[in-house]
Design a protein around this ligand. Structure first.
Ligand code: NAD
Length: 497
């Protein structure tokens, strides 16, 4: 069986803790790989390697950093297929979707290639006689990233390319459920010429994360994962004096107004709810149908959902793959089983579904729940599976109030032909990312990604300008080159004249 180890100081390092976790192929249910779980001591070794590398990387020229990043971009581009195949083998998503994930990760590498512009700083000349003021941004030191299973390549790429472009060194703790893609990303970075120790990967679980959160040499932590863990990471790491951005879970709503193109809305709802089997933090999991749209929209969604082909991710005919684990599949199914008793109408029940020849895979079909009460578990919880809830609202105002009452505020979308209503929605809705006739409004790399409320803890969104700010700290330098006629003691507070 394949073993996934750590990547420390520019090379593969075998785990020494003796503890391993299983990695399964979700399509077959077979255990294909084991992943080494790092002890606190192994995390310390990775942090020590990163700290040593920071001594030179932190002051390396921008030209040095960008030449490595350009080479890295080219290597990732050449290895797209291989990365995508690793994602499918351990996560289960279909190959085309995995390729899309790699493409969106590459966007951030491209952003990092342009770090020269982002780090230009500001200069004010002659703020006082012969006095100039420069504002510069400098790296933090060693920073860490902790990432979820659902984007095993893209989310690490949201973090470390920008962090290292800013001059930091990095310790990544990927999800233990699908760790191979992250390890390949690190190997390719070394191949691209990244100096040893600048990017390190430690695999593991809570033990490794807890050490990261308390390690005195780690300056900042980027986290992406579920809300309870995001909250824990933020509380613990900030208490330990670290800068933290912790992105959490979501329940993303799509508001469909009566004037919307209902075919386009139904296409969008099905794509966004069931793509990647609903295992996306930006998945649409609740549709709010306004006015008389509900029955027509549900019929159109149902018609489309029934045609989705479910199968192994490496079969080009498959549009939706299995869920990550059996336990998760069973949990998702429990929400569908409990929905009717809690007042929802079960339009499609995807539980009990299997794929011939792959009976041990973590399969579930598409479920569609209509008229879901807001106190039903299927609506209150993040299910993270192919289950779409439809809710009804009489008016636009009622729909927006329903969305704004949600504890989460990651992404949301409005479907309408009315520009005024769309504009009002973008100003009134409480979410970090808004789509107008766009169901999954994941911002491009040069804008930042982040939610509101329980979808993000901390002050910085991820990547884009916020990412550069997160991975640097400001310094303001005031300079004077005295003239011979300057001088004399002056105990007054410096003021600019
Ligand atoms: P998770 O919170 O279970 O795990 C995320 C990371 O935290 C993993 O590396 C895991 O090893 C670690 N972890 C898990 N339990 C821990 C604990 N008790 N103590 C310390 N570390 C722990 O999330 P997941 O199941 O891997 O990913 C799915 C979740 O991530 C969903 O809730 C999804 O919405 C969210 N997500 C959010 C975004 C976003 O941008 N907001 C993006 C992707 C995924």
């Amino acid at each position: 069986m394949k073993t996934v180890n750590h990547w420390i100081g520019g090379k593969a390092v075998e785990g020494t803790s003796g503890v391993h976790g299983p990695v399964t192929d979700p399509a077959t249910g077979a255990r294909t790989t084991q992943v080494a779980f790092a002890s606190a001591g192994e995390v310390d070794a990775a942090v020590a390697a990163a700290k040593a590398a920071f001594a030179t990387w932190g002051t390396s020229s921008l030209a040095t950093r960008t030449s490595v990043l350009f080479a890295y971009r080219a290597l990732l581009d050449r290895h797209r297929e291989e990365i995508a195949r690793l994602i499918t083998a351990e996560h289960g998503k279909v190959h085309a979707d995995a390729l899309g994930e790699v493409a969106r990760g590459l966007e951030i590498v491209e952003l990092a290639c342009g770090i020269t512009t982002q780090l230009k700083g500001e200069l004010s000349t002659q703020v006082s006689s012969r006095v100039d003021v420069a504002a510069i941004r400098q790296p933090l030191g060693v920073v860490a990233g902790i990432t979820p299973f659902n984007f095993p390549a893209m989310v690490p790429l949201w973090m470390f390319p920008l962090a290292i472009a800013c001059g930091n060194t990095f310790v990544l703790k990927p999800s233990e459920k699908d760790p191979s893609a992250a390890l390949l990303l690190a190997e390719l970075a070394t191949e691209a010429g990244l100096p040893d120790g600048v990017l390190n990967v430690v695999n593991g679980d809570k033990t490794a994360v807890d050490r990261i959160l308390e390690h005195p040499d780690i300056a900042a932590v980027s986290f992406v994962g579920s809300t309870p863990i995001a909250r824990h990471i933020h509380t613990t790491a900030t208490a330990n004096g670290k800068r933290v951005q912790a992105l959490g879970g979501a329940k993303n709503h799509m508001l469909v107004l009566p004037d919307a193109d209902l075919d386009a809305a139904a296409d969008a709802a099905v794509s966004a709810a069931y793509g990647s089997a609903g295992e996306r933090c930006m998945a649409i999991s609740a549709v709010v149908a306004v006015g008389d749209t509900g029955d027509k929209l549900v019929a159109k969604i149902r018609e489309r959902a029934e045609k989705i082909r479910i199968g192994p991710g490496d079969d080009p005919a498959s549009e939706m793959g299995p869920l990550i684990t059996k336990a998760h599949r069973d949990k998702v199914a429990s929400y569908v089983h409990g929905a009717a008793a809690q007042g929802a109408e079960v339009v499609l029940d995807g539980t009990g579904f299997t794929v011939e020849g792959y009976e041990n895979g973590h399969w579930i079909g598409l479920s569609l729940l209509d008229k879901v009460p807001t106190d039903a578990d299927a609506y209150r919880d993040e299910i993270f599976g192919p289950v779409l809830c439809v809710l009804r609202a009489e008016t636009y105002e009622e729909g927006v109030a329903l969305i704004n009452a949600s504890p989460w505020g990651n992404g949301t979308a409005v479907f309408t032909r009315d520009g005024g209503a769309a504009r009002r929605f973008q100003l009134e809705v409480q979410a970090g990312m808004v789509g107008v006739n766009v169901p999954i409004p994941v911002p491009v790399g040069y804008h930042s990604f982040g939610g509101w409320k329980d979808s993000l803890f901390g002050d910085h969104h991820i990547y884009g300008n916020d990412g550069v700010h997160f991975y640097t700290r400001g310094k303001v330098v005031t300079t004077r080159w005295p003239d011979p006629e300057d001088g004399g003691v002056d105990l007054g507070f410096p003021s600019h004249r």
